[in-house]
Write a protein that binds this ligand. Structure first.
Ligand code: IPM
Ligand code: MN
Length: 355
């Protein structure tokens, strides 16, 4: 089959890690007889530098016309300590989510046997932990109006807004996702304080009857933050609003001890976007040392969820497992010799081809 893939490397280590994912995707193409046409496009600080706009129209077009988008990372330190910056790289990411209607961010958290000892948590707590956080991505306090400053600049405000429809579509996806896994859904909110959370809980309650085979529980977000560390294995699928999901998934990423390995998928109304959950790691940019596995595993998610090619997804995951077993890894997880970003990419591509 033939597929169009938009590649958006973004900033920092983005270009290097996307390059490895492309190598791996091409190896899959060769092995399984698919052809991939890539369209490269700029986003984030790279796009501001090139066009003044962190998510330019041509990038939007490239995404819309593609079967899937592979995304690297966004962010540049030159904007971080400048609260007055008029355009920020992150606006590119938010604009992409909004314009492509990417209302669900799927972040699987699973462990790798060979890396368990890297977790800051006890091995017996994390061994076998395997859950998915489904984060609402285009609503809530990230986008609600009004937002801004009072005239005298001394008061600032953001607004958290959700409509019932927004809650229904993400909760439906989460119930369905749980149905394909271990049939347990935890709806995380702050319904003891927030009106939006009460709407969430009410909506989940209304929908629960349609998914009677799913074991449902509600949990306040502060409690969820605690339980995720105390007993991560208790979770299967978690569904939550935008900002709670942002915070909980950073927390979840350290459980496995390998932030550089976690992939994510953002799905919704138009083309889906696949990206690692880590950031642009500017200190490592251009040094060929960053871990490409989060992006490579995002490509696996692209095959699984975006293109519905399960054997292809499996072949990538097997290659990644093998690289970990053989210790062909970058310095962030290496114990002896550290391989470069590109060496890991080459090894994975070769493994797939000779398998
Ligand atoms: C993420 C990031 C973004 C977010 C930032 C970069 C805007 O932290 O994808 O989790 O907050 O959504
Ligand atoms: Mn985040």
């Amino acid at each position: 089959m033939q597929f169009k893939i938009a590649t958006l490397p973004g900033d920092g280590i983005g270009p290097e890690i996307i390059e490895q994912a492309v190598k791996v995707v091409n190896a899959i193409g060769e092995k399984f007889g698919h052809q991939f046409d890539y369209q490269h496009a700029v986003v984030g600080a790279a796009a501001i530098d090139a066009t003044g706009d962190p998510f330019p129209e041509e990038t939007y077009e490239a995404c819309k016309n593609a079967d899937a988008v592979l995304f690297g990372a966004i962010g540049d330190p030159k904007y971080d300590n400048d609260p007055k910056a008029k355009v920020r790289p992150e606006q590119g990411l938010l604009a992409m989510r909004k314009k492509l209607g990417l209302y669900a961010n799927i972040r699987p958290v699973s462990t790798f046997k060979s890396l368990l000892h890297k977790s800051p948590l006890r091995t017996d707590l994390v061994d076998g932990a395997d859950f998915v956080v489904i984060r609402e991505l285009t609503g809530g306090i990230y986008f609600g109006q009004p937002r801004g400053r009072s005239e005298d600049q001394n008061t600032a405000f953001d607004t958290c807004v959700y409509t019932k429809e927004e809650v229904q579509r993400i909760v439906k996806l989460a119930f369905e996702y749980a149905g394909k896994r271990n049939k347990k859904l935890t709806a995380v909110d702050k319904a003891n304080v927030l009106a939006t959370s009460r709407l969430w809980r009410e909506t989940v309650q209304e929908m629960a009857g349609d998914f009677a085979d799913i074991e449902l529980e509600y949990m306040f977000v502060d409690n969820a933050a605690m339980q995720m560390i105390q007993w991560p294995k208790r979770f299967d699928v978690i569904v939550t609003e935008n900002m709670f999901g942002d915070i909980l998934t950073d927390e979840a990423s350290v459980i496995t001890g390998s932030l550089g390995l976690l992939p994510s998928a953002s799905v919704g109304i138009q083309t889906s976007v696949f990206e690692p959950i880590h950031g642009s790691y500017p200190q490592a940019a251009g040094k060929n040392i960053a871990n490409p596995l989060g992006t490579v595993l995002s490509a696996a998610l692209m095959f699984e969820l975006g293109l519905d090619l399960q054997d292809e997804a499996k072949a990538i995951r097997e290659a990644v497992d093998a690289s970990l077993e053989e210790k062909v890894v970058t310095e962030d997880i290496a114990e002896g010799k550290a391989y470069s970003t590109s060496a890991v990419g080459d090894w994975l591509a070769e493994y797939i081809l000779k398998k």
